[in-house]
Design a protein around this ligand. Structure first.
Ligand code: FE2
Length: 201
């Protein structure tokens, strides 16, 4: 995103998911739109500080704080887009046995079941953040990562394959905080494996 770029919030054709209510989705879309708005606002404020190319030294602390928040909002925007994109109405649960994702999971973890156990347990980790499957473009292997908040833990240059929001706002209307595993189960039943397979390089 250059200083002249502005993002527009996307819409997602999601409703009537298994175990994730339409009210949760509506609230979540609003939160996502907030990340888009804040990404644009921070970008504009940074552009204003930079002005014609010289940063006033008295503004360096303000600039640094804006840049830090920029990483938070920007990753928040992008991760939500991957998350909504990798769900679908009438999901089918686990991927088909001969799919690209199964192949990647077997090559990188030994089996889909071991991959899933590692991913689900990543999603259950205490804290605020995301569970993410990334692919290493240098060798095609996939790995599961915990992303703290939105910006800590993403691997530079790795490709997002499957993104699961485990912030409490993703499920608090449908499940108690201690029931995050039930939300994860619901999330799995809504995964759009066609999208996930297409992301694999
Ligand atoms: Fe979220």
């Amino acid at each position: 995103m250059g200083l002249n770029t502005t993002y527009t919030a996307r819409t997602f054709d999601l409703s009537d998911l298994n175990g994730i209510s339409n009210e949760t989705l509506a609230m979540h879309f609003k939160l996502y739109e907030g990340y888009v708005t804040n990404t644009n606002v921070l970008n504009q404020r940074i552009a204003d500080l930079i002005g014609d190319g010289e940063l006033d030294p008295t503004q360096s602390a303000a600039f640094s704080e804006l840049k830090r928040r920029f990483g938070f909002e920007y990753n928040g925007m992008v991760l939500h887009e991957y998350y909504f994109d990798n769900m679908q109405k009438q999901g089918t649960g686990d991927p088909f046995s001969n799919s690209a994702f199964i192949g990647a999971a077997e090559a990188s973890f030994g089996s889909y079941e071991i991959w899933k156990a590692d991913f689900v347990n990543t999603g259950k980790m205490r804290g605020v953040g995301w569970a993410a499957v990334y692919q290493d473009p240098s060798n095609g292997s996939i790995s599961n990562h915990w992303i703290n908040l939105h910006e800590t833990g993403n691997v530079a240059g790795f490709k997002p394959i499957l993104i699961m929001d485990v912030w409490e706002h993703a499920f608090i209307r449908d499940y108690a905080p201690v029931d995050r595993p039930k939300y994860i189960e619901a999330f799995f039943s809504n995964i759009n494996w066609t999208t996930v397979n297409a992301r694999l390089g």
